[in-house]
Design a binder for this molecule. Structure first.
Ligand code: N01
Length: 557
C-alpha cells in the first residue's frame, strides 16, 4: 500500500493516529471491506471487540451452531482462487468450520496487521471544521479518519432477558450468542433452555443428547424445516465449483434472497391439493430454506401461506408422538416465514426423548428464576444450568452501542429514536462519510448475508474511490431521498405478511424498541439494481462536497 495514494495525503506509520478509513468490526463484512480499501491504496484501521476475526461466528459457539445457508453459497465470491480451493465438509458448515474459513481468509489476504483486536470503538464524532471523524476506542486512544464504516453486524448484540431472579441463579448461565470459548459439557446435568428461535432449535437436539434432563421453555412456537445436512462429496463440490460463475451471478442479480435455487413461477393456490402437497413434500425432503420458495406468493397471500403452514403443522404432528406436545410445538400465531424460518436437525423428534420436557410459558409465563430452577405458571422446574437462547437486539443494537455524533452534535441514537432512518441502508442524513454495511433499510438479514455484504462493500469501496478521483470531500444522504427510501421500505414491507409477526425484524423482541420493519424486502437483485442506478446517476440522492484544499487530495491510484 502506498501512503501517497491516501486521501489525507499524510503518510501513515504504524503508530499514526490518522487513517483514511476506520472500519468497526472484523466479521465477514469488516474483513472484505479492509481487503477492498487496501486494494485502493488507502490506510485502514479495523477495530474488533473480539479477540479474533469472525464476528457473529466468533461469538455464537453454542452446541449445534451452523449456518442455515448452504456452505458452498455462504462463502465469499470475490476471489475465485479462494472459492476454488476451500473445501467445505458439509452441506451446512458447523460454526468451527466457518470460523476456520474466516481465519483462513484473514491469513490468506494478510489482513491481520490492520486489525486491532480486543478493542471496541466507543465513540465516533464528526468534526465539521475538518470534515473528518474523531474515533475513540476502549483502550483510551483516538484516531482521526476521513471515513468510518460500520461493519458491526446485524445479529451481534446478544440480548440478556430481564427476568426476575436471574442474577441469583446458582448454576451456570449461558447465552447462545455469547458462548464460552472452552467446551461446555452438560453431561449428567439438568438443563433449561429459554427461547425457541433458530439458536435454540439448533442447540436443543445436541444438548438433549448430553443432559440428564432438558426442559425447553417456549413462548412462541416456530416453524422449522429439516436441514438434511450431510457430508459434501468431492463430486458435489466439483459440480458446484464448475457452475460458480452462474450461481454467483444468479444469487446477486436474480434471487430475492441471494440464494441460488429455482425461481417459483406459480402461486400456491394455482395448484390443486395433491399437486401442492407433492411439491411441499419434495421441498421438505430436500430440506433447508428453499422450502419457502416453492411458490411465489407465500410471503404475500395469507391463504397461500396457510397451505404451507398447515403442511408443516401436519409434519410436526406426525413426528411428535405426544399429541399435547405436538400441539404446543405447532406455531399458530404468525404466518410461516414471517418470523425467520428455522432449519434444524431432529428438533421436533427431540421432544420424543424421555429426558426432554416442553414447558409452555405463553400460557404459564416465567415468574422468576430461582437459585436452582425456573418458576413458571406456579410450577418449579429444577435445573443445574440455564441456556438463554433469547436472541439479539437485531440490526440497530450494535450500532446503538456506539456513541455516534454527527452534524450539529446530533447522535445517531437520537435520530433513530423512533426507528432507523437510512438512505438505501447505507448512510444516514446528518452523518457524512459514515457508511453502514447491511444497515437497516437494506436486504441484509432477509438474504444470504455474504451476498449482501459483498454488494455493500463493493458499492462503498467504489464510492470512496470515485470521491477520491473527483476530489470530493464529503458525501451524505439527502434528507428527502432518505425519507422517500424509508417510506418505500415500509410500503414494500406492508405489502407482505411479514409485519403480522412479532419478530426481531420488527424490533418486537426488545421492550420499548420502535416497531418498524427494518430490512428492505424488495429482493437483493432489485436492490442491487437500485444501488447501481444511484451510483450511475452520480450518486443521486446524496449530497457531495468538494474539498476546500484540492492539494490534500491524492491522485487516483
Ligand atoms: O433469537 P430469536 P435466535 N422470556 O430472537 C424467546 C440468526 N441465526 O438467537 O418469539 C422467554 O429468533 C423468544 O420468544 P418470542 C437467525 O437469523 C442464524 O434464536 O419473543 N422467552 C424466541 O423464542 C435468527 O432468526 C443461525 O416469544 C424469551 C427466542 O427467545 C436470529 O439469528 C442460527 C424471552 C429468541 O429467538 C436470531 O435467532 C442461529 C423472555 N424474556 C441464529 N426473550 C444460522 O443458522 C426472548 N425469548 C445462520
Amino acid at each position: 500500500m502506498s501512503a501517497s495514494s491516501s486521501i489525507s495525503g499524510k503518510s501513515h506509520a504504524a503508530d499514526t493516529a490518522t487513517r483514511d478509513v476506520v472500519v468497526v468490526g472484523a466479521g465477514f463484512a469488516g474483513l472484505y471491506m479492509l481487503y477492498r480499501l487496501r486494494g485502493l491504496g488507502l490506510s485502514v484501521r479495523v477495530y474488533e471487540q473480539g479477540g479474533d476475526v469472525g464476528g457473529t461466528w466468533y461469538w455464537n459457539r453454542y452446541p449445534g451452531a451452523r449456518c442455515d445457508v448452504e456452505s458452498m453459497q455462504y462463502s465469499y465470491s470475490f476471489s475465485d482462487e479462494l472459492q476454488q480451493e476451500w473445501d467445505w465438509s458439509e452441506r451446512y458448515a458447523p460454526q468451527p468450520e466457518i470460523l476456520k474459513y474466516v481465519n483462513h481468509v484473514a491469513d490468506r489476504f494478510k489482513l491481520r496487521p490492520d486489525i486491532q483486536f480486543n478493542t471496541r470503538v466507543v465513540r465516533a464524532s464528526f468534526d465539521e471544521a475538518d470534515n473528518s471523524w474523531q474515533v475513540t476506542t476502549s483502550d483510551g486512544k483516538a484516531v482521526t479518519a476521513k471515513y468510518v464504516v460500520l461493519a458491526t453486524g446485524c445479529l451481534s448484540n446478544a440480548r440478556m432477558p430481564d427476568i426476575k431472579g436471574l442474577s441469583d441463579f446458582k448454576g451456570s448461565v449461558y447465552h447462545t450468542g455469547h458462548w464460552p470459548h472452552e467446551p461446555v459439557d452438560f453431561t449428567g446435568q439438568r438443563v433449561g433452555v429459554i427461547g425457541t428461535g433458530s439458536s435454540a432449535i439448533q442447540s436443543v437436539p445436541v444438548i438433549a443428547e448430553q443432559a440428564s434432563h432438558l426442559t425447553v421453555f417456549q413462548r412462541t412456537a416456530n416453524f422449522s424445516i429439516p436441514a438434511r445436512n450431510a457430508a459434501l462429496t468431492v463430486e458435489e463440490r466439483e459440480a458446484f465449483r464448475a457452475k460458480y460463475p452462474e450461481i454467483r451471478r444468479f444469487a446477486r442479480e436474480q434471487a430475492r434472497n441471494g440464494i441460488y435455487t429455482e425461481m417459483p413461477d406459480r402461486g400456491a393456490l394455482d395448484d390443486g391439493d395433491n399437486e401442492r402437497r407433492s411439491k411441499y413434500e419434495s421441498r421438505w425432503s430436500r430440506g433447508g430454506l428453499t422450502f419457502m420458495s416453492v411458490y411465489n406468493n407465500l410471503a404475500l397471500d395469507k391463504a397461500a401461506n396457510d397451505t404451507a403452514a398447515d403442511f408443516v403443522r401436519a409434519k410436526i404432528a406426525e413426528i411428535v408422538s405426544d399429541p399435547t406436545t405436538a400441539k404446543l410445538l405447532q406455531p399458530n400465531n404468525h404466518p410461516i416465514g414471517s418470523k425467520r424460518i428455522c432449519v434444524d436437525t431432529d428438533y421436533y423428534a427431540t421432544f420424543n426423548r424421555p429426558n426432554v420436557t416442553l414447558v409452555d410459558i405463553r400460557s404459564n409465563p416465567i415468574e422468576e428464576i430461582l437459585p436452582n430452577g425456573v418458576r413458571a405458571g406456579g410450577g418449579d422446574y429444577e435445573v443445574d444450568a440455564l441456556v438463554l437462547a433469547t436472541g439479539f437486539d437485531a440490526m440497530t443494537g450494535s450500532v446503538a452501542r456506539l456513541d455516534i455524533v454527527g452534524r450539529q452534535g446530533q447522535t445517531l441514537n437520537q435520530k433513530w429514536a423512533e426507528g432507523p432512518k437510512t438512505y438505501l441502508g447505507l448512510m444516514s442524513a446528518g452523518f457524512p462519510n459514515l457508511f453502514i454495511i447491511t444497515g437497516p433499510g437494506s436486504p441484509s438479514v432477509l438474504s444470504n448475508m455474504i451476498v449482501s455484504i459483498e454488494q455493500h462493500v463493493d458499492w462503498i469501496a467504489d464510492c470512496i474511490a470515485t470521491m477520491r478521483d473527483r476530489g470530493l470531500d464529503t458525501m451524505e444522504a439527502r434528507r428527502d431521498a432518505e425519507d422517500k427510501w424509508v417510506a418505500h421500505v415500509n410500503e414494500v414491507a406492508h405489502g407482505t405478511l411479514y409485519p403480522q409477526a412479532n419478530s426481531w425484524y420488527m424490533g418486537a423482541n426488545i421492550p420499548g424498541k420502535p416497531q418498524i420493519f427494518m430490512p428492505y424486502i424488495g429482493g437483493v437483485g432489485v436492490y442491487r439494481q437500485i444501488c447501481n442506478d444511484v451510483a450511475a446517476k452520480g450518486y443521486e440522492g446524496f449530497a457531495m462536497t468538494a474539498a476546500e484544499l484540492p492539494q490534500k487530495m491524492a491522485a487516483s491510484s
